[in-house]
Design a protein around this ligand. Structure first.
Ligand SMILES: CC(C)(COP(=O)(O)OP(=O)(O)OC[C@H]1O[C@@H](n2cnc3c(N)ncnc32)[C@H](O)[C@@H]1OP(=O)(O)O)[C@@H](O)C(=O)NCCC(=O)NCCS
Length: 210
């Protein structure tokens, strides 16, 4: 579902278990708390050249991040190509915030890269897989020729999300990342619209348990 509002598009995507909606400044405390989680800092945070994470986000810092997302949504209203936009992942019934997924980049060749995280207390319930499926379906509807995620090889929970969401492991870039001074391998998962098994409107993710 998409509503245009004077250059401020509000895009929401839902499968009735999770709803993806744009971030609002009122969500900043949730984002700041999530970014204190070591796994989110490692796999979604900004790292320096030695792989050291940036300091945890303050609530004010989270508000700045959310403002940047809003600017990217405004750019999307003009370009129709999402880049730098992010959705809050919420429980569709309660509206509770559970995580984030966003489009990091949309290339000139219509290749979209995205990422995701789920707050520690909301993991293990299928929210990330459902969000990845909804986001990918939207990217293909917008004309993406390819969608991909890169995952540090030891991040088994994220590898499982990519596989459950119908992504194909295309290869592993050896020593592509760095974490605390140590090189690490990075896996490449991608989906193409014509072969992605979860594209059809009737082809929903499996039932969630909570
Ligand atoms: C990676 C991450 C998002 C995965 O979260 P998750 O909650 O494990 O993933 P899902 O939302 O797909 O949930 C999967 C679990 O829910 C269960 N589940 C329940 N209902 C489900 C459904 N409808 N669909 C899929 N899984 C479901 C699965 O069995 C699985 O449980 P298991 O791990 O015990 O086998 C999370 O660990 C995280 O945020 N990590 C830190 C940041 C990070 O790594 N981000 C990714 C960077 S590439």
């Amino acid at each position: 579902m998409r509503e245009a509002d004077a250059g401020n598009p509000v895009v929401t995507l839902s499968d009735d278990v999770v709803t993806l909606r744009p971030w609002s400044r009122e969500d900043a405390a949730f984002m700041a708390e999530a970014f204190a989680d070591p796994a989110i800092r490692r796999y979604n945070g900004v790292l320096d050249r030695l792989g050291r994470p940036a300091p945890p986000l303050s609530v004010a810092g989270a508000e700045t991040v959310i403002d940047e997302f809003a600017s990217s949504w405004q750019a999307f209203a003009t370009t129709a190509r999402p880049s730098g936009v992010a959705f809050a992942i919420t429980n569709a019934r309660s509206g509770d915030l559970v995580g984030c997924c966003g489009v990091d980049d949309w290339s000139k060749a219509d290749v979209a890269q995205f990422g995701y995280w789920i707050a520690p207390g909301a993991r293990g319930r299928g929210y990330a897989t459902r969000a990845a499926v909804l986001l990918t379906r939207w990217l293909f509807e917008l004309g993406a020729a390819r969608a991909f995620v890169t995952i540090v090889a030891e991040n088994e929970a994220s590898v499982a999300v990519a596989r459950r969401a119908g992504f194909v492991h295309e290869g592993t870039m050896r020593a592509h990342g760095v974490w605390q001074g140590e090189r690490c391998d990075v896996m490449w998962f991608a989906a193409l619209p014509h072969e992605w098994a979860m594209r059809g409107p009737d082809d929903q993710a499996p039932q969630a348990d909570g």
